[in-house]
Write a protein that binds this ligand. Sequence first.
Ligand SMILES: *Cc1c(COP(=O)(O)O)cnc(C)c1O
Length: 401
Amino acid sequence: MSTPPAAPYSPTRLVDAGRHFDRKVATVNLPVVRASSVLFETLADADAEGAAAMAGERHRTTYATSGTPTTMALTDALAEIEGAGHDCRAAVMPSGLAAISVPLLAYCSPGDHVLMSDSVYGPARVFASTLFARFGVTTEFFEPTIGAGIEALVKPNTKVIYLESPGSYTFEIQDVPAICRVARARGVLTMIDNAWASPAFARPFDWGIDVSLLPLTKYWGGHADFLMGAAVVRTEHWPKLWQAIRQLGVCVGGDDAFLALRGLRTAEVRMRRHEATALEVARWLDGRPEVARVLHPALPSHPQHALWKRDFTGSSGLFSFELKAATQAQLAALCERRRFFRIGYSWGGFESLIMPAKIGTLRTVKPWAGGPLVRLHCGLEDAADLIADLGEGLAAMARAG
Ligand SMILES: *Cc1c(COP(=O)(O)O)cnc(C)c1O
C-alpha cells in the first residue's frame, strides 16, 4: 500500500477510493460481502489458499465461487443447525432445485441406479427422469410408505435412495430410519428433501440420513424474498460434493446469503406459529361437508400419523385437503379472489398461499385416485382470518356448482 493515486480526480481514484478502510466496527450482524475476486498479500499465500480451497477445507477460498465470509457464515450455520450433533459440512446453491440436482450429479455416475420416492417434489422427479437419465443414471420410483421393504428394490448398482417426508402434495410420511438401516447395510447413500419440516421439526441425520437438502427459499428464509438451497452432508461425503460444486460453478451472492442468515434467527418462532395456525385451519377443514379428507400428518386421521409422532417434533404450515367433488370452475371459485390465500407456487414465507395440486404424471407407482386436491400454505396471519377467507372460498365454490 505504497503510493496514493497521483491526480486528485482520476479513474485510478474511482477504483481505489474507500478501499483502505481497516478500522473494525463491531455490529450484531456480519457485513455483507459482495465479491468475485479474493486478494492475497503474497504469491505463497495464494498458492496455499488455492490448495486448501481445492481440497474443500473450511473457510478457505481463492475466489467467491469457493465462498466469501458471508456465505461461509451461512454454511457454518447450516452445518451446525441441520447437522446438529453430527459431523457435517454444508454447501449453498442458487435454488432448492439446484440443491437437489447438484448432489445427485455429484454422487452418481453412468450405469448407476437411483431409488426415488414416488411422492417427491415434481421438478426433482423431472430432473431424474430426463436430464439425469440422459447421463446414464436410471431412476426407479417406489411407493413412499415402503419402509424396510425397500430392501427388495436395492440392486448391486443402486447408488442413492432419495426420500422426501412428508411427500409433496400428498404428505405420506416415510419410515426414514428403517430405510436408512437398509441403505447403510447395503452401502447405499441416502438423501432426503427436508423442506417441509425444516430443522425445526426434523433431524434427518439422527434418522441415519447421509445428505439432507433444504430449500432455504422456503422456511429457512421465510420471507419469500430470495431463492436458495443447501445440501448438508456427513463430512465423509463432503469431498465429492465439493468437487461437483467447484466444477459446476455453483455459488450464491452475499446479499442472498445475508437474507438467509437473517431468516434463520427467527425460524423457530415462525415455525411454531405456522404449526399452530395450520393445525387450526386443518381441523376446521376436517369438519367441513365439502371436504373428503385433510392430508396433514399431525392429524390422528393421517395414515402414517404414528410415524410422524415418532420421528418429528412438530408440523409446519403446509398441508393439502381433498374435496369430495369440484369442477374446474368450482376450483377456480375456491382459489380466486381470496384476500389472504393467494394463488402461487412455492411456500414457506410469511404469507398464505393456495394451489390445486396437478399431480397428473407426477405419480407412477400409485397414481392419485382421489378427488380434487388443494394445497394450502398457512402463513403468519391470524388463523381466524384465514378460516374466514377459506369459508368465503367454499361458499363461492358452492355458488359456482
Ligand atoms: C420448493 C421446493 C423445492 C425447491 O426449492 P426452490 O428454491 O424453489 O428451487 C424443493 N423441494 C421441495 C419439497 C419444495 O417444495
